[in-house]
Write a protein that binds this ligand. Structure first.
Ligand code: SAM
Length: 218
């Protein structure tokens, strides 16, 4: 099989470093994880291009820069336990697995989770645990988390997720309407208090679920 390491190096240089991502661990993880394994054969030649790609079930693997940006925004630490909502292809979880102690990743599509698990097994990424279910409720059985990353667009920050953050924990998610959302970062500064700010405009598929969108409203 073709070795894509030069494509990865170019992706990191041209799309990610050039846009201002500086975290050395994030850059190293993006150079390391073989993104082409997370898409079907049909899309492998585009795996390192500067845009999202289809992964089936109407879902997408996010643009590489957005994966890097969201990972940098959670300020990953090697001791962290991180929850990702929206497993999709499993690529974001694989990037996180290089940077933190434990990753939990949940998706509402069992078939996507199965595919992600298969690739994680192939790459021997033993610190990712996959789950199937409505991630808008979080994953209380493994809470609290040092960081939570939601890779689907929510109408507003889902309340259960704020309560599953540790004090000092960070939550990153896209918030807004169809086609146009903003990345938001929430930080639990004390048991009952949160700070939040906004970053760039983004466009994600919807978070569908109890604390997300209903299919009819999206
Ligand atoms: N992080 C993924 C990757 O690296 O390929 C891309 C995620 S894709 C943009 C969004 C994912 O969110 C989809 O796989 C979708 O099934 C999932 N999703 C939407 N609503 C969800 C919910 N309530 N709970 C869990 N997953 C959800």
């Amino acid at each position: 099989m073709r070795d894509f390491s030069l494509d990865r190096a170019k992706m990191v240089r041209d799309q990610i470093e050039r846009r201002g991502i500086k975290h050395p661990g994030v850059l190293a993880a993006m150079r390391e994880v073989p993104r082409h394994l997370f898409v079907s054969m049909e899309y492998q030649s585009e795996a390192y291009a500067d845009y999202p790609l289809p992964i089936g079930f109407g879902q997408t693997i996010s643009q590489p820069y957005i994966v890097a940006l969201m990972t940098e925004l959670i300020q990953p630490d090697p001791q962290d336990c991180v929850l990702e909502i929206g497993t999709g292809s499993g690529y974001q979880a694989a990037v996180l697995s290089q940077l933190v102690r434990q990753v939990h990743s949940i998706d509402r599509h069992a078939e996507l989770v199965k595919g992600a698990q298969r690739i994680a097994d192939q790459l021997e990424l033993t610190n990712i645990q996959f789950h199937v279910g409505d991630g808008s409720l979080g994953l209380p059985e493994h809470a609290p988390y040092d960081a939570i990353l939601i890779t689907a667009a929510a109408p507003q920050v889902p309340k259960p997720l704020l309560t599953q953050l540790k004090v000092g924990g960070r939550l990153i998610l896209p918030v807004g309407e169809r086609w146009q959302q903003k990345l938001e970062r929430w930080i639990r500064t004390a048991e009952e208090s949160f700070d939040h700010d906004q970053d760039i405009p983004v466009s994600f598929v919807p978070l569908l679920g109890e604390f997300g969108w209903s299919e009819s409203d999206w």
